[in-house]
Design a binder for this molecule. Structure first.
Ligand code: G1P
Length: 289
């Protein structure tokens, strides 16, 4: 199974980031100097994805503009001899071809992915959620794509979380587990901690097969009154083998203030041009009363 297409849902309101996300899509909020969505797009490109579909909604035009060619800006930077900035701007617009489709009504993640059916056609495809930003040697979606290729199965990206935290995620019930993979026997979206079948959580990366669309079309609203992707994958797992893959990465939930702040600090500390002064500042801050 060779995966070349990716779907990135970016239609949500971003209510956890209001008022910042009132006029700016939450996906455009920067970690250091790059919008969060760029980290996710770069992960897909690095894994060999050739085409991306963004699922957007009203007010998300700036995401498309970010990945588009900006002739005026480029000529200003050229005239001012700002070669370094010019290259950084060109890099973004040259990254990959990005298509968009609008989710006209917000009916949940399952419905957002369903909006990708024409783009996906008969091919297997990756799904990357913009709220999950990864830091890893091998791109996380690439790890899943490799496992999908080897196993021939749809794969969901997972990591262990605490029992207390499992209620924020999809929880995987598995029938067997070896090394980094497990066979999915069921899934529960946002379970009560005592009812969760395991603490293996679904964390924003999937490799799916097009048979998911026929299931999504019939999936009723679930938790939160939304059509849940997790519920559709559960049905898929009743029909064919679905694998969970415990990917290797540090994951940041940038859809929450805490995760966003952690990502900001850690990515800044990894940047050679920022790290020394920023680290000194943090040390000095801790010393203050
Ligand atoms: C979504 C999925 C959930 C997953 C989570 C983290 O939930 O529905 O299964 O565990 O992303 O990637 P959300 O955080 O959008 O409510």
């Amino acid at each position: 199974m060779k995966v070349k297409k990716a779907v990135i849902p970016a239609a949500g309101y971003g209510t956890r980031f209001l008022p910042a996300s009132k006029a700016i899509p939450k996906e455009m909020l920067p970690i250091v100097d790059k919008p969060t969505i760029q980290y996710v797009v770069e992960e897909a490109v690095e894994a060999g994805i050739e085409e991306i579909l963004l699922i957007t909604s009203k007010g998300k035009e700036s995401i498309e503009n970010h990945f588009d060619f900006d002739m005026e800006l480029e000529s200003v930077l050229k005239n001012k001899n700002k070669q370094d900035l010019l290259e950084r701007v060109q890099y973004v617009s040259d990254l990959i071809s990005i298509h968009t489709v609008r989710q006209k009504v917000q009916k949940g993640l399952g419905h957002a992915v369903y909006c990708a059916r024409t783009f996906v056609g008969d091919d297997p495809f990756a799904v990357l959620l913009g709220d999950d930003v990864m830091y890893s040697d091998q791109p996380v979606i690439g790890q899943l794509m490799e496992h999908a290729e080897k196993s021939g199965c749809p794969v969901i990206g997972c990591q262990e979380v605490s029992r207390e935290d499992i209620s924020k995620y999809g929880s995987v019930k598995y029938s067997e587990r070896s090394g980094r993979r497990a066979r999915v026997s069921s899934l529960i979206e946002k379970p009560d901690p005592e009812e969760a079948p395991s603490t293996l959580a679904v964390l924003g990366r999937y490799v799916l097969t097009p048979d998911i669309f026929e299931i999504l079309a019939k999936t009723p609203r679930g938790v939160g009154g939304e059509i849940q992707l997790t519920d559709a994958i559960k049905t898929l797992a009743d029909r064919r083998q679905v694998e969970a893959y415990d990917f290797k990465a540090r994951r940041y939930d940038v859809g929450q203030i805490q995760g966003f702040l952690e990502a900001t600090v850690e990515f800044a500390l990894r940047r050679e041009d920022v790290c020394d002064r920023f680290q000194a500042y943090l040390a000095e801050l801790l010393e203050r009363d």
